[in-house]
Design a protein around this ligand. Structure first.
Ligand SMILES: [Mg+2]
Length: 184
């Protein structure tokens, strides 16, 4: 298989923020020509699909500044440096929704935006939930809602669910439902 590797010949740091950094990389293409890539470095993140015993999923509604709108999402948060993704998932779930989980399983991980960012998202399934009290960050305003799969699919249709991890969660849930029906 041909290698499409792009060797960085020069890196220009543009911005170093609290969470992300942006750099422009001059790269050598497989055909010997050069080009530039705008790259965002991100510490990585976790997301949780929290399923209640009565067959619903916990989502949070919050305003997302880059989108200038409110959407429903599964609970999520960024990783602290060196933090264990599972511990981060349990913490974010509890802070944002008040629920703690007795059971947590890693489902998969995926890159959220490989065209310009290295953000890797670990996605967990949480069950055996216990309700507690919400403790969002000082700058985080969130509202919790329990949804059925059918409600989730409707919210996706109306673009009130409109981000990749939550769409993944709905597809995962639908697939799980299907497998259960087929008795697999
Ligand atoms: Mg969050």
């Amino acid at each position: 298989m041909a290698s499409f590797y792009e060797k960085t010949v020069h890196t220009t740091p543009i911005f170093q923020g609290r969470i992300i950094s942006l750099q422009v990389e001059r790269v050598e293409l497989p055909n010997g020509k050069t080009s530039t890539r705008e790259v965002v470095k991100h510490p990585g993140a976790v997301a949780v699909m929290p399923f209640t015993n009565d067959g619903r999923m916990v989502v949070v509604r919050q305003f997302r500044k880059p989108l200038e709108k409110e959407i429903f999402e599964i609970p999520a948060g960024k990783l602290e440096k060196g933090e264990d993704p599972a511990l981060c998932a349990l913490r974010e779930l509890e802070e944002e929704t008040g629920y703690s989980a007795q059971n947590l399983q890693l489902v998969t991980s995926f890159y959220t935006s490989p065209g310009f960012a290295d953000e890797l998202l670990y996605i967990f399934e949480a069950t055996d939930l216990k309700q507690g009290s919400v403790r969002p960050d000082a700058d985080e305003f969130v509202e919790t809602r329990l949804i059925s799969l059918e409600e989730g699919l409707k919210l996706m249709e109306t673009r009130e669910i409109h981000d990749a991890k939550t769409v993944f969660a709905l597809m995962y849930w639908q697939n799980k439902r299907l497998k259960a029906r087929l008795g697999e």
